[in-house]
Design a protein around this ligand. Structure first.
Ligand SMILES: *Cc1c(COP(=O)(O)O)cnc(C)c1O
Length: 843
């Protein structure tokens, strides 16, 4: 039940004279957010003048971008306020998506599309000689994420708003997002990306809602007035979290949700302590230290390192968010009654898993809950999404470190664990299973296992593709699955068709709308109605024309960035994703080298022309991934300058792979490389963006590839490689990469060429670390074992491409059958099966 009088705060029944007057003034004619072309132009010119302080002579492209962005923002604001009022008035159950990463990319074009302002804005600007597309290039990417996990969070925000769900994203407002990647002499060089340098028109700072966050100190037991045993956290140091809100517009539905990102600020409290001791500079230094918390995104994808600052980041944003969520609830309700009916929290991987302990602390220490009641509340509100099975990605914190930074949370976790293990003992669970399920890993360095905390503290644990969820249940969490089978479920990932089709591939979208009419953008299963058109020669010709145009657009990027002229008739064979050994960019390179050597050995060999495109960032500390980038560039250098292979194969490394570049790449791809070692890729979402844009996939039975193949049909998917079972069996027998090397002459030639300096003239041993990892290092990701199957499958790809009608038919069927992979479907499943939240429709 809403608190009596709670609605007063909304000015529905304004109490104050000011509020009454302001409400009357709301009825003044609205000239500021009208959406006709003249008003859009007026708004652009006004912002150029009044926000940027420029005239037509002095305005730069950046000024013009900002002027339009502010105009769009004005129009978002109205809907934003209305949406938040509606949630409040409905006392709607809210869902909170907690994520350390949001890989948003650019906002202007997406907002224009979702608000239905795209055509109007283009016309408004064209009338004064300004090209809308020129403004898009001025906006920096919001790169607050590493790769798939962060991009998934961004797609989910779009879908939650489009489905009119009362949802909030919570994360960190990093001053530096993912680094800019440069390539020097073939090597990756990282540069800090100052995305906020010119200001960010999409965020609104809300210092009035600042939250204090404690770190360090110690705990102290005491008895309260009722004589109950209580614990308080004392002698802590405090940092302040300032929220910055970004509006998230749904697709043409009037909903505007909030992404709330926290920035760390020093609290003056301990500045003053030093200041009073007369040490002004020490006070300011201290300030710097606490503000480091929101300074930079950790650039590791999948792997984790137990760094104190990372733990501080996790706790910082979780504490701020929980505080905010509890506050929002208490504003409307008497105490915590019904909290679990009004709040759902989703943990995007274990990065925010400390939230389980934090909510316990808030309920027990600050609000006097009994332990069992608090625990029941936690379990009811939390859901946990697992994103990987890789052991190097499982977060663990040394108990010593954890207890120093968060002494009260360590106590809480130990108490949760004590009760949990006691329960297991009572149920007769065997000690070995208990040791595996314990929240604490025993050993020389005792560690807190965040995944176990997340599983124990949630009512739902989900994987991100059917195969991944199966492996979670049978492998990583098998003991938990035996204990609580009902807790596990699958939510196959999805991508938003607004950004990844309407925005990235406007020509294909237009063509689809011509045949299907509007509506498919929010009901992607409608794409099925394209199936019959795969048999229509005229449609196929137009489909090919669109693909060709998209290839030309990407070729222009490559010409500008790499100085290489691409052959748009060649197969655009693309692997773009974070560089990681398990994703096997190396296997792709082995195929390039095999083709190169075939041409060198037989100058009359005429393969179907191919352009191999690679892109992706390596974690700065991941040496082998950096070697792989160097190898791609070294192979490109040799291949692209060898006159013998001219017109047959070319190799390009696209630097600085990011969301905005991805928007150019997916629509231009013919072939999508999804070639991870079976069992290693949890889902993938790049695979979905490619197929949705009419690329065919060459892939292993891994992650969501399995479901993509099921949907598009085995005959429209190039499958190769070992299955999860075969990988297991091979390892059980004892995998020896040397056997494959000795037995396959082509493979031996390829490895020998890399080892012998074909691609490192003057430094024949340069690539020894890669060769060693393949042969003496045991080839942990089975590149050699899958090589023959991969090369054979690539031959099939080439043969299929030789028949353009067949290829186009397959590509159209891929598009038509990708409906399942809309993030709208994923989010609908989360909403119905995990969160139990209903939409609040506005229009
Ligand atoms: C989709 C996407 C990813 C994830 O790609 P995977 O192939 O699923 O690993 C990573 N980075 C960017 C910029 C993306 O758009």
């Amino acid at each position: 039940m809403p608190k009596p009088g709670a609605e007063m705060a909304l000015n529905r029944n304004p109490q104050s004279a000011e509020a009454r007057a302001m409400e009357r003034a709301r009825d003044l004619p609205n000239t500021r957010t009208a959406t006709d072309v003249d008003s859009l132009r007026r708004s652009f010119l006004d912002h150029l003048q009044f926000s940027q302080g420029k005239d037509e002579h002095t305005a730069t492209a950046l000024d013009r971008y900002l002027a339009l962005a502010y105009g769009v923002r004005d129009r978002l604001m109205r809907h934003w306020i209305q949406t938040q009022q509606a949630y409040y008035l409905h006392d709607a159950k809210r869902v909170y998506y907690l994520s350390l990463e949001f890989l948003m990319g650019k906002a202007l074009e997406n907002n224009l599309i979702n608000l239905g302002l795209y055509d109007g804005a283009r016309e408004a600007l064209a009338g004064i000689g300004v090209d809308l597309s020129d403004l898009f290039t001025e906006e920096p990417d919001a790169g607050l994420g590493n790769g798939g996990l962060g991009r998934l969070a961004a797609c989910y925000l779009d879908s939650m708003a489009t489905l009119a769900l009362p949802a909030y994203g919570y994360g960190i407002r990093y001053e530096f997002g993912i680094f800019d990647q440069e390539i020097r002499d073939g090597w990756q060089v990282e540069r800090p990306e100052e995305w906020l340098r010119f200001g960010n028109p999409w965020e609104v700072a809300r210092p009035e809602y600042e939250v204090p966050v404690a770190f360090y100190g110690r705990t102290e037991a005491y008895h309260d007035e009722q004589g109950r045993y209580r614990v308080r956290w004392v002698d802590a140091r405090h940092v302040l979290g300032t929220p910055y809100d970004t509006p998230i517009a749904g697709y043409r539905n009037g909903t505007v949700n909030t992404l709330r990102l926290w920035r760390a600020r020093a609290s003056t409290e301990f500045d003053l302590a030093d200041f009073n001791r007369g040490d002004y500079l020490a006070a300011v230094e201290e300030k710097n230290l606490s503000e480091n918390i929101s300074k930079v995104l950790y650039p590791n994808d999948v792997t984790v390192m137990g760094k104190e600052l990372r733990l501080q980041q996790q706790y910082f944003f979780v504490a701020c968010s929980i505080h905010d969520i509890v506050n929002r609830h208490l504003k409307m309700h008497e105490g915590f009654e019904g909290f679990a009916d009004k709040v759902a929290l989703q943990l995007n991987d274990t990065h925010p898993a400390i939230a389980v302990a934090e909510l316990m602390r808030v309920l027990v220490d600050e609000h006097g809950f009994e332990w069992d009641d608090a625990w029941e509340t936690c379990r009811a509100v939390f859901g946990y999404t697992n994103h990987t099975l890789l052991p190097e990605a499982l977060e663990r914190w040394a108990v010593d470190l954890f207890g120093r930074v968060l002494p009260r949370h360590l106590e809480i976790i130990l108490e949760v664990n004590r009760r949990f293990l006691a329960g297991l003992r009572d149920r007769g669970v065997d000690p070995a299973a208990m040791a595996r399920m314990s929240l604490i890993e025993e050993g020389p360095v005792r560690q807190v296992r965040m995944a176990n905390l997340a599983v124990v503290g949630s009512h739902s644990v989900n994987g991100v593709a059917a195969l991944h969820t199966e492996l979670l249940r049978s492998d990583l969490f098998k003991d938990f699955d035996a204990l609580w089978p009902e807790r596990f479920n699958n939510k196959t990932n999805g991508v938003t068709p607004r950004r990844w089709m309407l925005q990235a591939n406007p020509e294909l979208a237009r063509m689809i709308t011509e045949v299907l009419g509007p509506g498919w953008e929010t009901d992607l299963d409608q794409l099925r109605r394209l199936e019959p058109l795969a048999g229509d020669a005229a449609f196929r010709r137009r489909f090919r024309e669109v693909k060709r145009q998209n290839k030309e657009l990407l070729a222009a990027v490559v010409q500008r960035e790499n100085g290489i002229t691409l052959d748009v008739d060649s197969i655009f064979d693309v692997q773009v994703k974070r560089i990681h050994e398990y994703k096997r960019q190396l296997l792709d390179v082995l195929h390039v080298v095999a083709q190169y050597l075939r041409i060198k050995a037989d100058p009359s060999y005429q393969p179907v022309p191919r352009t191999y495109l690679f892109g992706g960032k390596a974690a700065p500390g991941y040496a082998m991934a950096k070697w792989h980038i160097k190898l791609v560039n070294a192979v490109a250098e040799v291949v692209n300058h060898d006159l013998d292979v001219r017109g047959r194969i070319a190799v390009v490394f696209l630097k600085n792979y990011r969301v905005s570049l991805a928007e150019r790449i997916f629509p231009a791809a013919d072939l999508s490389e999804q070639i991870s070692t079976a069992g290693k890729e949890a889902s993938g979402t790049g695979n979905m963006k490619f197929a949705l844009n009419g690329a065919l996939t060459i892939g292993t039975l891994d992650g969501a590839n399995v479901e993509i193949r099921e949907e598009v049909g085995a005959e429209n998917f190039f499958l190769f490689g070992l299955t999860v079972e075969q990988v297991k069996e091979l390892r059980r027998r004892g995998y020896d990469p040397w056997e494959y090397y000795r037995q396959n002459r082509e493979l031996k030639g390829v490895v020998d060429a890399i080892a012998g300096g074909t691609f490192s003239p003057g430094q024949p041993r340069l690539f020894q670390p890669i060769v060693d990892s393949l042969l003496n290092g045991g080839d942990p990701y089975l590149c050699l074992a899958d090589f023959a199957s991969y090369v054979r499958c690539q031959e099939e790809v080439s043969q299929a491409y030789l028949d353009p009608e067949r290829w186009t038919r397959m590509a159209i069927l891929n598009v038509a059958r990708m409906g399942k992979f809309s993030s709208d479907r994923s989010i609908r499943e989360y909403a119905e099966q995990i969160w139990n939240v209903q939409p609040v429709k506005l229009e």
